[in-house]
Design a protein around this ligand. Sequence first.
Ligand code: ADP
Ligand code: ADP
Length: 239
Amino acid sequence: TTLLEFKQVSKQYGADTRALSDVNFTVREGEFVSIIGPSGAGKSTLLRCINRMIDASSGEIIFDGMNIMDFKKSELKRLRTQMGMVFQHYNLVNRLTVIENVLHGRLGYKSTLEGVLGLYSKEEKRQAYAVLKILGLEEQVYKRCDQLSGGQKQRVGIARALVQDPKMLLCDEPIASLDPNASKVIMDYLRAISTNMGITVIVNLHQVDTALKYSDRILGVNKGTIVYDGPPAKIKRDQ
Ligand code: ADP
Ligand code: ADP
């Protein structure tokens, strides 16, 4: 079944930059999709239109049967729990601990105060520990985020998204700041989250080899349009 559909989506920044032009594609539930293309192609704009961090200028974006272009600000909060976002620079609150960052994301980042742990129920904490365990961060639960390696920080970022029980993960260049070993660990986790948990994963990548290796499907973007939409195998054959 279809989880996400773009219909004639365009994004104009100011008068002269058309970042997306009549973009059409669909993503099925549980699919692992990589968006590839040169710098400036519109990958990040595309990804951020999905959770309305950026508002598209025209077209329709249908998620789980709803046109999210019509959503009011108050509805966006709930939408974003269903689409966890993972960032290149992790976007953690560095002076808070791992578990605080994970819980903090869950309740809509409502507080940046120290000592937020007390605000959360036993059940919420239990879920946060469970997610951290899945990501191999049992030893890091009470460490401050600024004491972690890049790869560990990104795993916290993924945990923060997962604890909200999302239908989909949106990952904007999740390995662009990581070395090859840490990159592999992160991609393996994202792949496992898709395969084992049935969560749809959409990843912006500039590493084509990685995209081909991990994805069910590739969306190639160039100058704001989709120039390829198909399985990795076909790209490999054409090379
Ligand atoms: P990519 O992620 O593929 O590098 P982006 O989506 O970041 O591409 O950018 C697509 C185009 O939109 C580029 O020409 C970029 O300069 C432009 N752009 C991105 N963000 C903004 C913005 N906030 N204001 C104006 N232009 C932007
Ligand atoms: P900023 O983007 O300036 O850091 P925000 O108020 O947008 O501040 O976000 C507060 C915190 O939540 C930041 O750490 C930010 O990176 C993070 N954040 C923002 N949007 C999301 C999201 N969709 N999922 C997870 N974390 C987010």
